[in-house]
Design a protein around this ligand. Structure first.
Ligand SMILES: [Zn+2]
Length: 143
């Protein structure tokens, strides 16, 4: 398996979930509820906060977040390099998502600031544009 950083999708790339990432600049694409301003990722058919079904609009997310908790995966199916870090990340928009943090396990800690990063993941069988998180630059402010 190979991970190559990308900054844009090209027409021949398949995005994870079909359309969970996109735009220019490349971003996680969630949904914002126009009725209550709740964000969801992945986008849902209805708002999980107020249950509105017709008030959702697709919106890019900032991709900035904080590690809520994490684990270090040391055993994985063939073809997956270990160890790797799997974390729950609390995004700026109030959404908690599970994703890989691409950093040395010893460098990851609860409360760590991270940002979304985008890759092409290539295996013998397929190639897909995916998201993960990486340590945020020290200058990235939390707001
Ligand atoms: Zn809502």
């Amino acid at each position: 398996m190979k991970f190559e950083p990308i900054t844009a999708l090209s027409p021949n790339m398949t995005a994870i979930g079909g359309d969970l990432i996109g735009g220019d600049p490349l971003a996680l694409v969630g949904a914002r509820c126009k009725a209550c301003e709740n964000f969801s990722f992945p986008p849902r058919a209805f708002c999980p906060a107020c249950f509105s079904a017709d008030k959702l609009e697709r919106r890019p997310l900032r991709g900035e977040g904080t590690v809520f908790t994490f684990t270090v995966v040391r055993q994985a199916p063939a073809g997956h390099a270990v160890p790797y870090v799997l974390a729950f990340v609390d995004l700026h928009e109030g959404v908690r998502i599970m994703a890989q943090v691409r950093a040395e396990p010893e460098a990851v800690h609860i409360g760590m600031k991270v940002r979304a990063a985008f890759y092409i993941r290539t295996t013998d069988a397929s190639s897909m544009a995916i998201y993960a998180f990486e340590p945020a630059p020290a200058s990235m402010g939390a707001s």
